[in-house]
Design a protein around this ligand. Structure first.
Ligand SMILES: [Zn+2]
Length: 968
């Protein structure tokens, strides 16, 4: 007896009547037993949000199959939900919706695709009788199905028979039911949300909040919720946090107009960090560091590397300068970040937020926006001035410094009043505050230091912090003379004595004659000799991503022109990106395929690095030889290009890693070598400055700044830029977007965000947080199997497979079916999620049709052959249940591979075995780690490369740098 799989409970005596019934209820579902099973298994993979543990300890599986399977297909028998009570609706609709969401977002696009593919197979059996329904039946609505079904099959227009005609559709608005208040509320809410482009989950979350409130004991009809403004004012009063409010200063500009500069009080901002228990936790502090004294703990291993900020050589002198050695004062060193931020295309709605974080936090914490606070916004001073703006560059810069000085005023105030005394983590402390270093892009840094912008051979000092000349810029291993505060002071006093001579000196220094906000007396800085001039380290996002890599790509584009070769390269790039995206190992820089690989435009600085990685992979494949031909490189040059690409990627990663201190100190020669290769391999054309560019010079300085402030990740611009989202982009969206008011309103919105956050933190602390942020329970040492399917092995079972499993996998099933088949059934899975003991998840796909294409992941698999431990890069073909638990079916490489080889070479070629012995079943515990493997496109069959993941690149670069002090 066959059963309809929808909830109608239909039992049919034979297949034919079932099929008839099915066509009426609009379902396409398997009728033959194994097809039903296979479809169900796919239903289960869609519904794996609700997983249970089965007997074998694996999660997922049979019990969630039935419900979800029928739910997601079509649930019209239950949609008779009118009239309803409020609670019922919520559950019901959200249930269906969430399943739909699962279905839409999860991997089961493949399920629809393949079940549509089932269509012909099912209908063939009935000799085309049901053909017409195969596509339309899915979408057809219940009520009209029987009638329209008829008219559909009788497509001829012989409509004389009344009974053959379609019935009259009743007018839609004639039957208006009575609305309950709750229902009305929901309609209004939906309309409101649609109008305001609210996110889909927001509605459900809001409904949940309302329901929680209605159900609480305190709920009363008399409660009135406050308006936004009133609520904010009340909250501010309640928590006594009026100090967080921005103040709006009027700053006089050079042309005697006045600009409004919103600033936040530095003291209140620092305290909001120091007092927040969710922030001041040990796991957020830099390891090996005493936050109360600023001492660097000698015996800690993490202080042997240039890692966190306190490991840099600038830390102890700065700490001693501001706090002394006695440990009497608590050091609060600020990392300042300033970068122009746009919220519209024309750049007129822009502000320059000045934000900061504290050096006592570790890098992971500093990467989160929550650890950053705002000092103020420098408004767009050129807005509305237009082309005819006759202000001199000097005046414009002075205006900026006037505003900046006002923004930094509260830091000076703290310093002048002798620090802040407060209680931090239960301890009374006296803190001293100073600015440790400043992050910004090239342009912004130049402005802040009052340095000439741009670069031409006439500029005496193209780089902002040293005395190097234009022709020194291309030197890959320069010895820089950094400019000092004294030099600046002497120039100033000369200027006062003799204006002409003084101006000449300033010109020689390539600096504007301005009153610099960073040189004000009373502003505490980390460096007493060089001042701000040695506190603006170069950073990779702008130096490399928007600098050197861009020039490399332009050089390639210039050499190969815009012909067929370029097109071929772009195609290969798309193919390579697809391949890189479908890997179990994902630790690689992300690129983009919006445009051609070497096109400079429409590509963010960070994505360019991903494109460079893609180019590196392409260059190592057989098809990549097109690049060699197009660039007309000799064999030697081609080899050195490939070496260079690997080394350059690795060097960037090395800058961002924690490296042994001696290794960093000895790295100059190695860095110089890579940069030299860059200049030779990618010549810049006529009419350019060649490599006499500040960005090249900045790259050589990276190492010296790493020695000062720890690993270059500490002064990476990307982190500050992401925190800009909370300081500008998000609050800026809520303003009226008028240029003149923009800075003002953005500050106000951000203030609201802070107040709400403060209240929420307090609520969480008191355990009164009703909005439960249910983070999925962390899983440890677990394996979750998903995408279940079953194959019945009695009879000719191979042909009936609807997932279109890989032939090699089927071969293994056929070969081993005596061992893996239980009760004439083989149970398999299409992906596995493996959690290690730290709860870190690795996903392995072995999916024949994941979003329209196969996705077979690779794993590094451990074998014990005799006494010898061997490792094979292997392709995962599938997962199958056996008596010993779930095993993976894999295809191994011909020869084993050592991971140290991969670490040494970055890309390692191997052959994939295609003989019977290469196809084996292994327990999932033998998967050592995830792997990124790329096919040698255009090369021999079964040739592949293992690619070292990004986290290993730093060591790859540092491996041949001397780690002893002998070199110098
Ligand atoms: Zn220099």
């Amino acid at each position: 007896m066959a059963t309809c799989q929808c909830r109608c409970g239909y039992n049919a005596r034979n297949r034919k009547s079932l099929s008839k019934h099915r066509s009426q209820c609009g379902l396409i579902q398997g009728d033959i037993d194994h097809n039903v099973n296979i479809l169900l298994s796919r239903g289960s993979s869609s519904g794996c949000a609700s997983i249970g543990v089965n007997r074998d300890g694996y999660i997922g599986g049979d019990d969630c199959g039935n419900d979800n399977g029928s739910n997601y297909i079509y649930d019209f028998h239950d949609n008779n939900i009118w009239p309803f009570s409020a609670s019922d609706t919520n559950e019901d609709t959200s249930d269906v919706e969430s399943h739909c969401d699962d279905f839409m977002t999860d991997d089961d696009h493949s399920a629809t695709i393949s079940s549509a593919g089932d269509g012909p197979m099912i209908y063939d059996e009935f000799n085309g009788e049901q053909n017409s329904t195969s596509s339309s039946a899915i979408d057809r609505d219940d009520d009209s199905s029987s009638s329209s079904q008829d008219s559909f099959s009788n497509s001829s227009l012989s409509c004389e028979d009344e009974s053959e005609l379609p019935g009259y559709d009743p007018p839609m608005f004639s039957t208006t039911p009575l609305f309950s208040a709750a229902y009305k509320l929901q309609i209004e809410l939906h309309t409101l949300f649609d109008k305001n482009k609210a996110s889909l989950t927001m509605y459900d979350e809001m409904v949940k909040l309302f329901n929680g409130f209605f159900a609480s004991n305190e709920f009363s009809k008399m409660t009135r919720l406050s308006t936004r403004k009133k609520f904010m004012a009340e909250t501010e009063k309640l928590f006594g946090i009026a100090a967080m409010k921005p103040t709006y200063g009027c700053v006089r500009l050079e042309d005697n107009t006045v600009a409004t500069v919103p600033v936040f009080d530095a003291k209140a901002m620092i305290l909001s960090l120091l007092h927040d228990p969710s922030i001041m936790k040990h796991e957020n502090f830099a390891p090996g560091y005493d936050i109360f004294t600023g001492d660097v703990l000698e015996d800690c291993e993490c202080n042997q590397v240039y890692g966190e900020i306190h490991t840099g050589d600038a830390w102890i002198p700065a700490r001693n300068q501001h706090c002394g050695k006695g440990g009497k004062f608590m050091p609060i060193a600020l990392v300042l970040f300033g970068d122009k931020s746009h919220t519209d295309l024309h750049g007129s709605l822009s502000v320059e937020p000045v934000s900061f974080t504290l050096t006592l936090f570790n890098r992971d914490a500093r990467n989160l926006p929550k650890f950053w606070r705002l000092l103020g916004y420098i408004p767009n001073l050129t807005a509305g001035k237009g082309e005819a703006n006759r202000q001199s560059a000097k005046d414009k810069l002075q205006n900026l410094h006037n505003c900046l000085s006002y923004v930094l005023k509260s830091i000076r105030d703290i310093n002048e009043s002798g620090g802040i005394r407060t209680t931090v983590m239960g301890q009374n402390v006296h803190t001293k505050v100073w600015i440790h270093f400043i992050i910004g892009d090239c342009e912004g840094n130049n402005k802040w230091l009052g340095h000439y912008p741009g670069n031409n051979s006439g500029t005496a000092r193209p780089y902002r912090d040293c005395e190097c000349s234009f022709s020194d810029m291309c030197n890959t291993n320069p010895t820089c003379m950094y400019t000092t505060l004294r030099e600046m002071a002497e120039a100033q006093s000369l200027l006062q004595r003799n204006k002409k001579e003084g101006s000449a000196v300033f010109q020689q220094m390539s600096r504007y004659i301005i009153r610099n906000a960073l040189l004000q007396p009373g502003l505490p800085m980390s460096d007493q000799i060089y001042g701000a001039y040695r506190m603006t380290p170069p950073e990779l996002l702008h130096t490399s991503g928007a600098g050197l890599i861009l020039y490399m790509f332009r050089s390639i584009a210039g050499t190969i022109g815009a012909g067929i070769g370029r097109d071929d390269l772009d195609r290969q790039h798309v193919r390579m990106m697809q391949s890189i995206q479908r890997q179990s190992e994902r630790d690689f820089p992300r690129g983009t395929t919006r445009n051609g690989i070497v096109d400079g435009t429409k590509c963010q600085a960070s994505e360019r690095r991903g494109n460079l990685f893609s180019l590196t992979c392409i260059a190592h494949t057989h098809d990549g030889l097109i690049l060699k031909e197009e660039m007309k490189l000799s064999d030697d040059k081609w080899r050195s290009l490939k070496l260079f690409l690997r080394q350059y990627l690795a060097m960037e990663e090395w800058f961002h890693s924690d490296n042994n201190k001696l290794e960093v100190q000895n790295a100059r020669r190695k860095i110089a070598k890579v940069l030299k290769m860059l200049q030779e391999l990618f010549p810049r054309g006529e009419g350019t400055n060649g490599y006499n560019i500040p960005k090249m010079h900045g790259m050589t300085k990276m190492q010296s700044y790493m020695m000062r402030f720890g690993c270059a990740m500490n002064f990476f611009g990307g982190t500050g830029e992401s925190s800009h989202k909370q300081f500008v982009k998000a609050p800026g969206q809520k303003t009226q977007r008028r240029v003149s008011e923009f800075a003002h309103q953005t500050a106000k919105q951000y203030h609201h965000v802070m107040v709400t956050h403060h209240a929420l933190t307090c609520m969480t602390l008191r355990g009164e947080n009703n909005s439960v942020h249910d983070t999925a329970a962390m899983m440890h040492d677990r394996i979750v199997m998903e995408g279940k399917y079953t194959i019945h092995t009695s009879g000719g079972w191979m042909e009936d497979n609807t997932l279109r499993l890989n032939n090699n996998l089927l071969g293994v099933y056929l070969r081993d079916h005596a061992e893996i088949s239980q009760n004439n059934t083989i149970t398999g899975y299409t992906h596995a999620r493996i959690f290690d003991k730290d709860g870190i998840q690795s996903i392995f796909y072995a999916h024949p049709t994941y979003r329209s294409g196969p996705w077979y992941d690779w794993a590094f698999v451990h074998f014990l052959e005799g006494e010898e431990e061997l490792y094979y890069p292997s392709r995962v073909l599938g997962f199958v249940e056996t008596l010993e638990g779930v095993e993976a079916v894999i295809q191994c490489s011909v020869r084993p591979m050592k991971w140290t080889t991969v670490e040494k070479k970055m890309l390692v070629a191997f052959d994939l075995g295609d003989k019977d012995e290469s196809f084996v079943r292994v327990p999932l515990s033998s998967f050592v780690h995830t792997l990124c493997v790329i096919r040698d496109y255009g090369g021999e069959k079964n040739k592949y490369f293992v690619v070292l993941p990004k986290r290993g690149w730093g060591c790859y670069f540092g491996k041949d740098i001397m780690k002893s002090s002998n070199e110098y």
